[in-house]
Structures are given as C-alpha cells and as structure tokens.
Design a protein around this ligand. Structure first.
Ligand code: GLY
Length: 362
C-alpha cells in the first residue's frame, strides 16, 4: 500500500491510502487516526451491495459502532432531498461532533456525504472511500463537496477536507465500463495539465490493446498516485479555487453544461471529454491554441472510448453554462489548452461565451 500526505494550505493534513484489497483494513486505517465512535456509513444501493459488509465488519472489529444509510445510485440523488434525509439520519442516530461519517462510492457519494459532513452540526469529520476511477483520481481529494440544484451542477456546497481517503483499486473491477471511462477523462485532463507520465501510460495502453480497461489494470495504483499528486500541486496553494485550482476545470464549463442540459443522462467524464475537445477547437479558432492540438486531444479521447462531440445545441449549452460557478459577474474563467499538455486560464466576457461554445461544438 502506498500513502500520499495531503497538505493543503492551512488545512489539517490527511493521508490518501492507495492499494489493492485494502477495504478489509478500513477499521485499522481509521482506528489509527480516530478513536472508536459512532460511524454513519453512507453509500448507494449499487456499490454498497458489494463492499458494505467488508467495510462495516472491519470498522466493527476496530470498535466502531456503525449505522448504515443507502440511497439510489446516480447523479439524480445528489440533491436537496437526499441531503436532508442524510442529515435527519445523522440526527436520528445521535451522531455527534466527535463521531464520523464514512462514505463509500463514486463522486456522488463523496459530494453528498462530504457536504452533509461539512454542514451537520457545523462540520464533523469524514472519510472517503472512493470506488470509482473518477472519485479516486479526482473528487475524493481536495475537499470540494456539493449537491446539485435545479439550475445547475454543484451549485450548493462547501470546502471540507476528509480526514482520510482509502483507495482500493480492486473495487474498480465491479465498475461499469461507462463509469470507468468517465474516470479516464479526468486522467486525460491531468495529462493535459502537464503530467507526461500519465500521457505516456495512456498512449502505450491505447496503442497496444483494444481493451483500455484491461490494459490499464497493472497501472491503476500508479495512475491514481500520479493523478492525485498532480491534483495536489494545483490545489495546495489555492484550496478555495480562486486561482491555480481553476486549471482543474479544463473541459468542465462545457462539460457541466452538457451534463445539465442532458439532465445528467450524459455522465460527468463523457461530458468533460467533449468539453476538453471543444475548448481545443475553440482555442484554435481564436488563435489561443497551437494548431493541431485539437486533433491530438480528439484522437486520444476517441482512442480511450470517450465522445468528442455533442448534439446539444450551443444555445442550450450556453444557457446551462450561465450559472456556472466559474462565472464572476459579467466574466467567466475558461481553461484553454495552449498546446498538447499545457493549459492556460483566460477570463472572457460572458457575452463572448456563446461564440466560444459555438466554435467549440459546431
Ligand atoms: N475537481 C476539481 C477540483 O477539485 O478542483
């Protein structure tokens, strides 16, 4: 098992534990940093079926008293209703500020349970056990927690760091291909933000194998470690997302708009993949991006089995993007690739956004 220490600005440091078959050590890992207490274990009905017993037994063996809350899997659960149910569940089971939330699942579980942890009794400790590639390489680290509103994705949330993250890469074996590919989009993003090792692994996997899921298997621990280290380098001096952290939004403005406009029928990573390709295409048209970059990104995205375009109209995407969190009054910060493996943030006027989206997706 490898460990990464996450030290972000003034936040308390925590460890990301990365290994294979380590869920059975959950109680031991958490017991080393937190005394036995009540644990609200939050998961979805789908992934929870596979791993709840292992995690809960391990927690109980280490002296924790566990209360289980499960909800239907999917982005449509990441809303006010489920959030409120979780808060009532915590109160009904007398979870106090010295107790703990442990969440297991993908990005939805982390956002939802993390936001409940951030706000219940003004904040209690929580542990993330990501079981999707996307949550392992991105959302479980950095403390962004949120729920969606009718108007847009992640519009209600808080920055709240976990006290520990446990990534057991064997859990990716029960992950549907569609959701595995979703995580690959975020991995490509880290490559485009300068991690050459990630690009090298991805290129060699797609060149030598038809099945990326299978080909990436021996590299999963390494890729998760690489992605998290890259993420930390962008977040450590900008936890509150006002500067350098915004690079991590590459592909996400159009990506979130696609998710929202499709009513979340198109999953996050698939939407971000289209977003990255579109920003490269728009960047080339505007003279920001080196010629040929869009084709290179598109080729990698396609070879990784992800979409490169959308049928949603630019106008619908624009309307969805208007409530994007990266908007600052009449401006919005967009991340453009400058070349393959290098990006830059540009502040653009909101009334230029429709043109940029049109250049990108048409
Ligand atoms: N998922 C991007 C971030 O944490 O900033």
């Amino acid at each position: 098992m490898s460990k990464i220490t996450v030290k972000l600005g003034l936040e308390k440091e925590y460890t990301v534990n990365i290994g294979t078959d380590i869920l059975k050590n959950t109680g031991e890992i958490i017991g080393a940093i937190h005394s036995p207490c009540r644990v609200a274990f939050i998961t979805d009905f789908t992934v929870g079926t596979y791993y709840t017993n292992t995690v809960v037994d391990s927690l109980k063996d280490s002296g924790f008293e566990v209360y289980i809350f499960a909800y239907p899997a999917g982005e449509s659960s990441k809303n006010m209703e489920t959030y409120e149910k979780i808060l009532e569940f915590l109160a009904d089971n007398q979870i106090t500020r010295s107790d703990l939330i442990v969440e297991l699942g993908g990005g939805v579980a982390g956002d939802l349970a993390g936001f409940a942890a951030a706000t219940y009794m003004r904040g209690i400790d929580y542990v993330q056990i990501p079981t999707s590639l996307l949550a392992m390489v991105d959302s479980s680290v950095g403390g962004k927690t949120s729920i969606d509103l009718e108007s847009g994705k992640n519009l209600c949330g808080a920055f709240w760091q976990p006290i520990s993250v446990i990534c057991s890469v064997d859990t990716l074996e029960t992950l549907d291909k569609k959701f595995f590919d979703d995580g690959v989009a975020e991995i490509i993003k880290y490559g485009m933000l300068g991690n050459e090792k990630i690009l090298k692994i991805l290129h060699s996997c797609v060149e030598n194998h038809d099945n990326l899921h299978f080909a990436l298997k021996p590299f999963l621990e390494e890729i998760v470690e690489e992605a998290i280290n890259t993420k930390i380098s962008y977040v450590k001096d900008d936890v509150l997302d006002t500067g350098r952290r915004q690079y991590l939004n590459f592909g996400h403005t159009i990506g979130h708009a696609i998710e929202h406009a499709s009513r979340y029928a198109i999953p996050h990573g698939h939407a971000v993949a289209v977003g990255m390709c579109s920003m490269a295409k728009a960047g080339e048209a505007l003279g920001i991006t080196e010629e040929g970059t869009a084709n290179k990104i598109k080729a990698l995205v396609r070879e990784c089995g992800l979409p490169t375009s959308t049928i949603i109209s630019p106008k619908d995407l624009y309307n969805s993007a208007l409530s994007d969190k990266k908007r600052r009054g009449e401006n919005i910060n967009l991340v453009f690739p400058i070349s393959f493996g290098k990006c830059e943030i540009k502040s653009v006027k909101i009334d230029e956004l429709l043109n940029i989206i049109t250049l990108g997706v048409k």
